[in-house]
Write a protein that binds this ligand. Structure first.
Ligand SMILES: [Zn+2]
Length: 298
């Protein structure tokens, strides 16, 4: 483990090292809320995440050592993906998490896409709203994440960090749009209002159906295409489909959306602090990812 934030070589866990190298100061030593218990931390030399120190006083028979913390620890950066990829993260700790473990093969690209989607979700939602006119509720966003992490769309070979916003929204496929905020000036709103008699844009710009005229309006994103090479033209098909009673699906709107991965990556680089809503979205994403990883730690 390391007891410094610099590039120094790792040291063996011992009370002497802890005392000399950290001065027993925050964040290396932290108290619980009532100050009755102290916790000692080190840092993993490979993944730079916090390690909880086991037997720091060398009073027990176990050899003093560090154990990766799966929850964020104040004063340390926390990157769950890196912990799971870390060669020092013990299999035993992993198996304690396993619950119906899946065998999907995680790739470095998949990991990085998952991380980018989680940490930039507010930007992603913003881009999709700009282009489609649909501003999903926090409840819907939570459901999106659950679907997104459970069906490993991000393992597709054509998925890159730049086109990830659309990938996430691909998970919307079968979600009804009722109750969601839709910009009245958008093509989406115009198509729905023109073709579905029972629909209207109500209070707070939410899509409503008239009483007893429930119509399931679906949002579908598929047919991802990359053509040409210099620069490649990347598109995805966007469809709004309605279903009413026993009748089949009816397409209300279909258009090809040009993805601009390089512009999305530029926005990630230039990003400022998220808005309060943005922070809530990111926290939802993190919570869903943690829950997913706890059940499928691969
Ligand atoms: Zn590590």
């Amino acid at each position: 483990m390391k007891l410094t934030f610099g590039p120094e070589p790792p040291v063996k866990v011992s009370y002497e090292a802890i005392e000399n190298m950290t001065g027993l100061k925050f964040p290396w030593v932290q108290q619980n809320d009532d100050g009755s218990k102290a916790f000692y931390y080190g840092m993993c030399p490979e993944c730079d995440n916090a390690l909880g120190l086991i037997n720091p006083f060398e009073t027990l028979s176990t050899e003093p050592h560090g154990r990766h913390k799966l929850e964020p620890v104040q004063g340390f950066t926390h990157d769950l993906e890196k912990i799971l990829a870390c060669s020092r993260f013990k299999r035993a700790a992993r198996s304690g998490l396993v619950n119906g473990c899946e065998t999907a093969v995680m790739t470095p690209n998949g990991r990085s896409v998952r991380q980018i989607v989680t940490e930039n979700e507010d930007l992603l939602i913003g881009i999709v709203t700009e282009v489609t006119g649909i501003s999903p509720s926090l409840t819907l966003i939570r459901a999106l994440f659950r679907t997104f992490f459970d069906t490993p769309l991000y393992l597709r070979p054509t998925i890159t960090p730049g086109n990830a916003p659309w990938l996430l929204f691909g998970a919307l496929r079968t979600r009804p749009l009722h109750g969601q905020i839709i910009r009245t000036e958008s093509d989406t709103a115009k198509a729905i209002l023109r073709k579905v008699e029972a629909a209207r844009i109500g209070r707070y710009s939410r899509l409503e159906a008239r009483p007893r005229h429930w119509i399931d309006i679906r949002f579908t994103l598929y047919r991802h295409r990359i053509s040409g090479t210099d620069p490649p033209c990347e598109t995805i098909n966007f469809m709004i489909v309605s279903k009413e009673g026993a009748t089949g699906d009816r397409t209300l709107l279909e258009k090809s959306i040009r993805l601009r991965p390089e512009s999305f990556l530029r926005r990630i680089k230039a990003r400022e602090n998220p808005t309060p809503r943005g922070s809530r979205i990111i926290n939802i994403a993190r919570a869903e990812l943690q829950q997913h990883i706890a059940q499928h730690p691969i």
